[in-house]
Design a protein around this ligand. Sequence first.
Ligand SMILES: Cc1ncc(COP(=O)(O)O)c(C=O)c1O
Length: 356
Amino acid sequence: MVQTADIKIKKTSVSRAGSIDFTKVTFGSVFSDHMYIADYLNGEWTDARIVPYGNLPMSPALAALHYGQAIFEGMKAYRAVDNEVYLSRPHDNFRRFNMSADRMCMPLLPEEVFIGGLFNLINLDRNWVPPSMVGYSLYIRPVMFSSDNIIGVRPSATYRFVILTCPVGSYYNKPLRVKIETDYSRAAHGGAGFVKAAGNYGAAMKPTKDAHDAGYDQIIWTDSAQHKYIEEAGTMNLMFVLRNKLITAPLDTKTILPGITRESILTIAGDNKIPAEERMITVDEIIDGAKKGELQEAFGTGTAATIARIKTIGYNGKDYELPPVESGKISKKIYQVLSDIRRRKMKDPYGWMVKV
Ligand SMILES: Cc1ncc(COP(=O)(O)O)c(C=O)c1O
């Protein structure tokens, strides 16, 4: 079993960090100097190591490519105003990763393999965490995939876990136009919609491209049985402010990802006297609210974007315009609190930020 002290480290001879202009990188395109790898062999996690970032050798029979046992996480490290580096809620990502592993019949990761590797990697590549500016951070991508080289539908006996990181700025830099999807579905009852399985994203690409081609930035998924209830967006949970109340879809349908940003926002709302409700939301009430001017705000929430404000909702071939996003007091207030906690501009009353 891997202990934190067992992690072997092979450093790159020359760091690329100094040559990067953090304000100019395209999201997810520039990778830091190192990556962390651990392998699952003979029923245990072994050979945890940090090595220079680079390609991995692969057989064309790699099971993950054929049968889709692949899961991932998305998390961030922030530079605080005092220049220290902090991870945001890393244990929550760790727990969700293992929930995904369980659903996809993959081995769970012990805490020392996931958290131990993560802290060692971020510590080594701390120069890759952008300066303390609103919207900038180091995006962290843990991924696990089945690595047997055998054709045959069954759980793999071997797996590989990798963490790679990339410095990022804002994911969306303009208010979004979104389309309520009433034909395709993302997740059905009993499916894998509540976990971060790679296949969920693969299956969403065609509907999302169709929406892009029609002039929208993102899709709003609805329930697969009736297309009557709002679920979530492509890579974000959704929140609405309807008649001064913050509302978001519940988790118990097990068809949406239990977003960590969603949970942080609900907590902040509760502590700032913003009325909030987790409940089934019908498409009709959102469209009705938009028509009557009672839908004051709509936004996506997620690690990549934090809060992505929505300006237009398309439904059944018609576009509904929301009030100007600048007037969105609730999303503005929550974004400010979340951003100040992450950069340690204000006290973190929840213990979310963990120093590296
Ligand atoms: C489908 C989906 N929903 C919601 C989220 C938001 O989750 P989180 O706030 O944990 O990033 C994500 C991003 O990970 C996602 O991919």
